[in-house]
Design a binder for this molecule. Structure first.
Ligand code: HEC
Ligand code: HEC
Ligand code: HEC
Length: 429
């Protein structure tokens, strides 16, 4: 009897494994001779260049100082480091022998030419929304780049998570393949913005929190998340900035990285704006803003702008006259020389700290990062620098943060600031 049960169990397990194997298996797609660049119409290549910008392909597929698109850029995940691959048309180490069908399958289904499942560190869960025509344009652009010989780096994902077939299980649970479906109740402009944001520009990849298995929580779209040691703030009505992110603010920020009320793109958002979205025409930036101003319910919050500006002006008055509190003295000597523009005077190149998300977020990480490491000339406003204050002690930074939080916002105090500053300092720039 026992023997029969054991035998039965073994059969079930074997059938299960074989069944999963069949389910997970994808055929290889035959190699082709690398197509000649002249085979692609210049208009297609130009369109692909815009999309490659909008999808930040080069940000992830290029190492610091490395050849464009040659891969090797490390992405730290909770499951180990995954390296991006070489997507130049090199026949040996890149995607030179990939047909358009193989490229399309990678973009739409996250499967490599040889049939291996790709990790979702490659945002195919967003690229699946791209139209066939846009994938063709991206293919034309990639296949006309300079071929670079650069072999793939070895990922440090531990066994058994490194078994690529297991990704089929992840996909079954969390991946929703399929092209973008327009919302007929919304305008064409809104739908264009939604198509870009949800698809090629994958805003949710950073701004949506993920579950324990690294998948975006679909019911928490754009609710804010931790990414590369920064907080990507919520892009919903839960955004903590006292001034709503309306269409005009979004257009300014996504076009230039600077907004009148909200400050500058300083961390991982900087390359999104300056290396990526810069390729998009103004009409697409407008469309993104129309979509996101709807996502964050800016219209319903329009009336909060005037009180927010009054409150910021009241905070400005604290900069005037002698200071008795040690933290206030620290602020007036170290910060106010740049950040005080006169009561109620806004200067987008000297962000108003009462309105800035860094001071208003539930988590002080972004404020601490900006103080410890400054904002380089490349990030933020091009050519404009905020100095780094990494010679301040942890206690000084904590006291400054706590002072700004208390005097510039109506939000609760941040707990354990000393420890937080030490932790952010330990992470390094
Ligand atoms: C957030 C980072 C990121 C972005 C943005 C990104 N990729 Fe990737 N991509 C990766 C990673 C990581 C891999 C390797 C995944 C793996 O090994 O399973 C990859 C793999 C690929 C592959 C499969 C190549 C192979 O050799 O298997 C293709 C094709 C690709 N990316 C194209 C693109 C294109 C086109 C864009 C822009 C529209 C893009 N990627 C944007 C991270 C990214
Ligand atoms: C690589 C990750 C990443 C991607 C992709 C990304 N963001 Fe961000 N975003 C961030 C981070 C981190 C911040 C905050 C800190 C910073 O970098 O300035 C931010 C800040 C912002 C802000 C300012 C929010 C505030 O309250 O200050 C807006 C608006 C924004 N992003 C919109 C977008 C949109 C729209 C997209 C897609 C077109 C997008 N982001 C794509 C990481 C990302
Ligand atoms: C020498 C001038 C200068 C000083 C001193 C200075 N800042 Fe800044 N700060 C800037 C500039 C300029 C920016 C905008 C960065 C950019 O555009 O590159 C900025 C940006 C910021 C931001 C907003 C970042 C964002 O994402 O929008 C915060 C927060 C900030 N500073 C806090 C401080 C604090 C706190 C101090 C004092 C410890 C300080 N700054 C001292 C010039 C300065």
């Amino acid at each position: 009897m026992l023997k029969r049960i054991v035998l039965g169990l073994i059969v079930v397990v074997v059938v299960g494994i074989v069944g999963f194997g069949v389910f997970a298996w994808r055929p290889a797609i035959g190699k082709i001779a690398p197509p000649a660049p002249a085979a692609f119409a210049p208009e297609m290549v130009a369109r692909g260049e815009v999309l490659a910008g909008a999808g930040y392909c080069s940000t992830c597929h290029t190492t610091k100082g490395g050849q464009p698109f040659a891969g090797g850029y490390p992405m730290k995940t909770g499951f180990g480091t995954i390296y991006s691959t070489n997507i130049t048309p090199d026949a040996k180490t890149g995607i030179g022998t990939w047909s358009e069908a193989a490229f399309r399958r990678a973009m739409h289904q996250g499967v490599a030419r040889n049939g291996a499942h790709l990790f979702p560190a490659f945002p195919y869960d967003h690229f699946t929304k791209l139209t066939d025509a846009d994938v063709s344009a991206l293919y034309a652009y990639m296949m006309t780049r300079t071929a670079v010989e650069a072999p793939a780096k070895r990922n440090s994902v531990p066994f058994p998570l490194n078994i690529r077939a297991l990704q089929a299980g992840w996909k079954l649970l969390f991946f929703h393949p399929g092209r973008f479906e327009p919302d007929k109740a919304k305008s064409a402009e809104w739908n264009r913005g939604a198509y870009l944001a949800q698809g090629v520009s994958h805003c949710g990849a950073c701004h949506t929190p993920r579950n324990a298995l690294g998948a975006e929580k679909r019911d928490k779209a754009y609710a804010g998340a931790l990414i590369d040691n920064w907080i990507a703030p919520p892009l919903t009505a839960a955004n903590p900035s006292p001034a709503p992110w309306d269409r005009a603010e979004l257009v300014a920020y996504l076009r230039t990285g600077i907004s009148r009320y909200h400050g500058v793109a300083a961390g991982p958002m900087a390359p999104v704006v300056h290396d990526g979205l810069i390729k998009l025409p103004d009409a697409d930036i407008q469309a993104l803003a129309v979509y996101l101003a709807d996502v964050d319910g800016a219209a319903a919050r329009a009336s909060s702008l005037a009180p927010a500006l009054r409150k910021a002006a009241a905070a400005d008055r604290l900069n005037v006259g002698p200071q008795t509190l040690p933290a206030a003295r620290l602020y007036t000597t170290a910060c106010a020389s740049c950040h005080y523009n006169g009561v109620g005077q806004l200067n987008p190149l000297r962000p108003d700290l009462a309105l800035n998300s860094a001071v208003n977020l539930d988590d002080p990480t972004n404020l601490i990062r900006v103080v410890l490491y400054g904002v380089s000339a490349k990030d933020g406003a091009p050519g404009v620098v905020m100095p780094s204050f990494n010679r301040f002690s942890d206690a000084d930074v904590a006291e400054l943060a706590s002072y700004l939080r208390a005097t510039r916002t109506d939000k609760p105090a941040w707990p354990n600031l000393d420890k937080k500053v030490a932790a952010v300092r330990a992470q390094g720039r």
